[in-house]
Write a protein that binds this ligand. Structure first.
Ligand SMILES: Nc1nc2c(c(=O)[nH]1)N[C@H]1C(S)=C(S)[C@@H](COP(=O)(O)OP(=O)(O)OC[C@H]3O[C@@H](n4cnc5c(N)ncnc54)[C@H](O)[C@@H]3O)O[C@H]1N2
Ligand code: MOO
Length: 405
């Protein structure tokens, strides 16, 4: 039986993050439109001035000198206009069109009058109605550093600059193995059997933390041989294998013996956190010599999610070359008990302002109802407790906008 001293919760996050960062994957060049959710492997620099040319922001007239002006042509978006050659000339100009050389002002169509002889008069606005080259960015300027998350807006900026592809970190590949002969994969629970609630749930969390999910298998039979075979097969294609259940030392808990057999090295073996303390993270030699990781998530479903937010999220952040996110502070909406020498992660829902977190109900480690009604966890550090009104750290779940009322 493997006895170990639980690692402080903050330290466990840091150790998981560093392990990921030290093994961060290579870079790949992928089409821009497919880069959402990835991480920049190199700084993104402006390829040209932005805008790249003086650009009209109105429909109207580009004029030279004092009016009235004689129209000598028309310039539409996409064209390259000839210069205005003399004072008193103007061209009709469309929004987005390149402003001709020698233009001294732009006049909005609604601010202009065209006389019977065709000449145009009018007043330019006080704030010029065109955008100058380099107003948004200068050629070569760093717009986002390496390690920045790519989101739709970043993709938009890259497209504006003229990129077709982006150099991004390879997405970590994850696999999930569900242990437990008592688990049903269909129908309602009863007669000693429970439904597997982690096989269907964990892949979604892994994807939200930036991993691709290569395979999900389970329930894996409760024998050491079956565990070993399943872990070895998963390691063939995955950088990270997550297992659920079997983290303790019961008669059919085979994870620790399997890790010994595989020559794994513990990065974290049990964490001083409630719920979730039997969680673990190990480095396993991969078939190609590159390090692979195994995260042992406890079988109790809420504890499994706590292991994801505690160990797997930082590991994946590190593997993707991202920063370890700092925890925001919120106000506790009610008292949150401490857990002695352990950190307490208490499920809580944020109010509409996002600043006050009120502890949820139905938060037993075997329950998921509290999780599904929470935005994350209030963090109560060892030897402390939180009173209503106290400022406390908050560990958010990776939710999408609109997923909680
Ligand atoms: N003697 C002790 N026993 C236990 C302790 C302890 O300190 N001393 N700690 C408890 C804690 S805390 C946890 S957490 C669990 C962790 O156990 P395992 O990781 O070995 O998980 P299992 O024994 O396989 O399962 C525990 C529990 O969770 C249910 N389960 C498992 N997998 C799933 C799943 N995919 N979907 C839904 N439910 C699942 C399983 O049926 C058990 O009820 O150990 C405690 N015991
Ligand atoms: O991790 Mo256990 O409760 O702490 O379920």
């Amino acid at each position: 039986m493997t006895e170990s001293t639980p690692v402080d919760w903050e330290l466990a996050r840091t150790l998981a993050y560093r392990a990921g960062r030290d093994a961060a994957g290579g870079a790949e060049e992928i089409p821009l439109a497919t880069a959402d959710g990835r991480t920049l492997a190199e700084p993104l620099r402006a390829l040209t001035d932005l805008p790249a040319f003086p650009t009209s922001s109105i429909d109207g007239w580009a004029v030279r000198g004092a009016g009235p002006w004689r129209p000598v042509g028309r310039v539409l978006a996409g064209g390259t206009p000839p210069p205005l050659t003399a004072d008193g000339e103007c061209v009709e100009i469309a929004t987005g069109a390149m402003v001709p050389d020698n233009a001294t002002a732009l006049i909005r169509i609604e601010d202009s009058v065209t006389a019977a002889d065709g000449r145009v008069s009018g007043e330019p606005r006080a704030i010029p109605d065109w955008r100058l080259p380099g107003e948004e960015a200068h050629r070569g300027e760093e717009l986002f550093p390496a390690g920045a998350a790519v989101d739709p807006a970043v993709i938009g900026v890259a497209a504006t600059c003229g990129y077709e592809t982006l150099a991004v970190r390879s997405a970590p590949r994850a696999a999930l193995l569900v242990f437990g002969d008592e688990l049903l994969t269909s129908g309602p629970p009863g007669a000693g059997r429970v439904r597997d609630s982690l096989g269907p749930q964990v892949p979604g969390w892994l994807r939200r933390y930036g991993a691709t999910v290569e395979s999900v298998h389970g329930p894996v039979k409760d024998t050491l041989t079956a565990h070993l075979d399943a872990i070895r097969a998963a390691l063939d294609t995955a950088d990270l294998v997550c297992t659920t259940g079997g983290t303790m030392h019961g008669p059919v808990d085979h994870l620790h013996p399997a890790l010994t057999e595989l020559g794994a090295e513990y990065i974290v073996n049990t964490v001083a956190v409630r719920p979730g303390f039997p969680m673990l993270l190990a480095r396993v030699p991969g078939p190609d010599g590159r390090p692979r990781f195994l995260a042992g998530l406890p079988g109790n479903p809420q504890s499994a999610v706590i292991a994801l937010v505690t160990l797997v999220a930082p590991l994946l952040a590190g593997l993707q070359g991202r920063e370890l996110p700092a925890l925001p502070s919120v106000t506790a909406g009610a008292e949150v008990a401490g857990r002695g020498g352990f950190t307490h992660l208490a499920l809580a829902a944020l109010d509409a302002s996002g600043r006050t977190a009120t502890p949820a109900g139905h938060v037993g480690s075997a329950m998921l109802r509290g999780l599904a009604n929470s935005h994350g966890f209030v963090v109560v550090r060892p030897g402390t407790q939180a009173a209503a009104g106290d400022t406390v750290p908050f560990l958010p779940l990776p939710l999408m906008p609109g997923e909680r009322p």
